[in-house]
Design a protein around this ligand. Sequence first.
Ligand code: HSE
Length: 401
Amino acid sequence: MKIAIAGYGVVGRGAHELLLKNHAAIAARLGEELTVKYVLDPKDLTGTPGEGLKAAGIGEVLADPEIGLLVEAIGGVGAAYDYVRAALESGRSVVTPNKQLIAEKGAELLALAKEKDAALLFEPAVAGGTPVLWPIAHCLAANELDLAAGILNGTTNYILTKMVAEGADFAATLADAQRLGYAEADPTADIEGIDACRKACILADLLFGRHTDPEKVFAQGITKITAGDVAAADQAGFVVKLIGQARKMPDGKVLCLVTPALIGKGHPLAAVNDVFNAVMVHGNGVGEVMFYGRGAGDLPTGSAVLGDVIEAVRTGCRYDPMMSWTDCGSDHLADRRDYAIDALCRVKEPFAGLAARFPGAACIWERDGETAALVHGVPEGELEDYLAGRAVSPYIRVFAR
Ligand code: HSE
């Protein structure tokens, strides 16, 4: 099998390096050689493993009958979308770590892959090197799944960990994450929760079989979290993590969102630090399952890319109906404001005022004209409206389960 890699950045190059490093073992497992024949990237490849493999364009790659599969690691939905469509149209299989592409265009591309009976696999799109999607679709296929939630962005988890553990500066830690190859080309997508939102949407897509439009999903990042929030959370027995979730609500609607959340210190997600990701899944047979591992970086994400390539080749580069969903509108999506939450609130009023409005509230502190408290079982819309104009910083929900 000869493959082409489009996009030779952290992930594309990482996958190539890992293939060269483990070439013999992979060939032995697969029963055939796996070789990169072309690299598609405008940059100079001199001194990289891609040296001498540069293709003139996607046309050259797809005109070559030896090429059976394209790894798309360009990112975004511009050229990446065009190349993936062209590859599938030509009957080639595709593996991609591109979260944005799969979250936005997955249903359409999967329909094309089905029509052409070609593989379209995207394990590295969620949680980097950590296997999540294939085990959900295959190993847990006997379950009704009602939850997939967790830490879906390595950059923000790295920043939060360093800030809490070492009191590190936000900007310096973000620069570190960029240097280590964790962050997106535009790190706004990381810190504003957009990247995690795309991953939460892909989880929702896979769990519930329906396209979840990222534009319709509430996503909040970590930029508004303050040292005061972290201190109040700590005093109440929690850590703060950026959590993405896809959850079937009791009324059958799907709640998909990304927000900072309070995690009880004894909860397994509380111990997930640095660039690590973790996804907790709940099924009605298996109960809770958790996947944990590196969520970003060259070789870890390259490992997931190659895992998919090997899986595609092993299964004859056929469409996998277990790894798919369709677009049938957004009427399955829940409005977060309609559901009760527990949350940490910091307000510019005495605790008595908050407790009068939300009975059962528990005071964490009252000091310097500010109250920090936990409220329980409050419809989110009511809480949001009450806190408008009163809050010292945005409320932070308690992660349920
Ligand atoms: N920027 C992403 C992250 C890369 O930090 O998780 C992996 O998807």
